[in-house]
Design a protein around this ligand. Structure first.
Ligand SMILES: Nc1ncnc2c1ncn2[C@@H]1O[C@H](COP(=O)(O)OP(=O)(O)O)[C@@H](O)[C@H]1O
Ligand SMILES: [Mg+2]
Length: 378
């Protein structure tokens, strides 16, 4: 009775990995509707990495019992669950095989919270780093801009006084390019540090972000790009870094997906619809296997090796890119749409509802009641 009513999951299994008994709470943690779905099933079916159970058994054999042991399991529907387990190895008498008895609690929420906290910490570190880079950039920009303006003025003067001199227009064009790069650098570092809401021109934001990705030479030279921004796209009120981060997470996935592709095309498009606007990112990467398509927004879900475990220049993952993008876009009531074909490529679309100036406040108040919608067509 105690066993059945317990809010903690309680189970008993063989050492080899077959469930002998459990309560309903345990079955629910594993995403099953009742205990009969678990009893008789193989324990290994619920492991993300079957190697984890081998390590666990080894330690259990050594110590007889384990407390507060953390596992990353896979629910029946494929989603992730983190559990905290206390387990003991029980041998009743010599004739009967030994069993493992344990209690578990679901700590998934806590794990997500922990990961977000870590991410936030990293973000803060990144921001303070950016702040100092920003200051440095301001200094450099000033020091570069003053002589640059001198050069520009002199080229213009030469053009007036010696109109027959060759290369003047080219020189002026290059000097103006340097000036634009320096100003962009200043603009971006100022924007990334601000958490204030502002009217954002998404076309401009995407252009800036894509321009900055060019610092990655593989991105600059190996990937063909086509950008198509709708000039009638309305502005959106929000925090600059919410959009830049969400967008970058999606584009980085596209870059990763094309890592081993022969054909590397990235297309970014915006479009103004009747009452919403859309950002679309298409790649010619490996595509998303239909079997995992509805899990890609789950925190920690990744098909990439973790940093340190990759082979040569293989892209690494944390499984937090899309879940963060989803989280960041929630307050703007964004809707995500994903279309993908394996070995062909993937298209991500973010739809953002438009607001008039009078109803802007609605974003704040209603956001908590709305979840960012996900649409993952088969
Ligand atoms: N454009 C894409 N093409 C192919 N797979 C993708 C794409 N975007 C996301 N995915 C899949 O979704 C998973 C989760 O993405 P994400 O949350 O950004 O985590 P990470 O990039 O760290 O793996 C990826 O590991 C990958 O399997
Ligand atoms: Mg990612």
């Amino acid at each position: 009775m105690l066993f059945e009513r317990s809010v903690a999951g309680v189970f008993c299994s063989t050492v080899e990995g077959k469930f002998l008994d459990c309560n309903d709470a345990y079955a629910h943690i594993l995403g099953c509707s009742c205990r009969s779905e678990v009893i008789g099933a193989s324990v290994k079916d619920f492991f993300q990495d079957p190697g984890d159970r081998e390590v666990f058994i080894k330690r259990l054999e050594e110590q007889g019992s384990l407390t507060e042991y953390e596992f990353h399991l896979r629910r029946r529907d494929g989603t992730s669950v983190w559990i905290l387990e206390n387990a003991s190895l029980v041998s009743n008498d010599n004739d009967k095989p030994r069993t493992i008895q344990g209690t578990v609690i679901d700590i998934t929420e806590h794990k997500i919270e922990q990961a977000r906290e870590k991410e936030l910490q990293l973000e803060l570190m990144q921001q303070s780093k950016l702040a100092s880079i920003g200051l440095l950039a301001a200094g450099i920009a000033h020091n570069v801009n003053v002589p640059l303006q001198g050069i520009i003025t002199h080229i213009e003067l030469l053009k007036l006084t010696h109109s027959d001199l060759p290369y003047m227009d080219d020189m002026l064009e290059q000097a103006l390019r340097i000036s634009a790069i320096v100003n962009n650098m200043l603009f971006k570092s100022r924007q990334e540090q601000s958490q204030d809401e502002q009217e954002i021109d998404l076309n401009k934001l995407l252009t800036e972000e894509l321009e900055f990705l060019n610092a990655d030479l593989a991105f600059k030279h190996e990937i063909n790009k086509s950008y198509n921004f709708d000039p009638d796209l309305p502005t959106i009120r929000g925090v600059y870094s919410d959009f830049s981060q969400a967008f970058l997470n999606i584009v980085r996935n596209s870059i990763d997906a094309m890592h081993a592709s022969d054909k590397k095309w990235l297309s970014v498009r915006t479009s103004s619809l009747k009452s919403s606007m859309m950002i679309e990112v298409t790649d010619t990467g490996c595509g998303i296997n239909p079997e995992i398509r509805d899990r890609i927004f789950d925190p920690f879900f990744t098909t990439k090796p973790l940093a340190g475990q990759q082979r040569s220049d293989e892209p690494v993952g944390t499984g937090l890119g899309l879940s963060s993008a989803h989280q960041l876009m929630r307050k703007y009531r964004a809707r995500f749409e994903v279309q993908s074909e394996t070995e062909k490529g993937t298209t991500f679309r973010i739809y953002l509802p438009c607001y008039s100036a009078e109803t802007d406040s609605a974003i704040e108040t209603e956001a908590s009641e709305w979840d960012a919608e996900l649409e993952v067509p088969a």
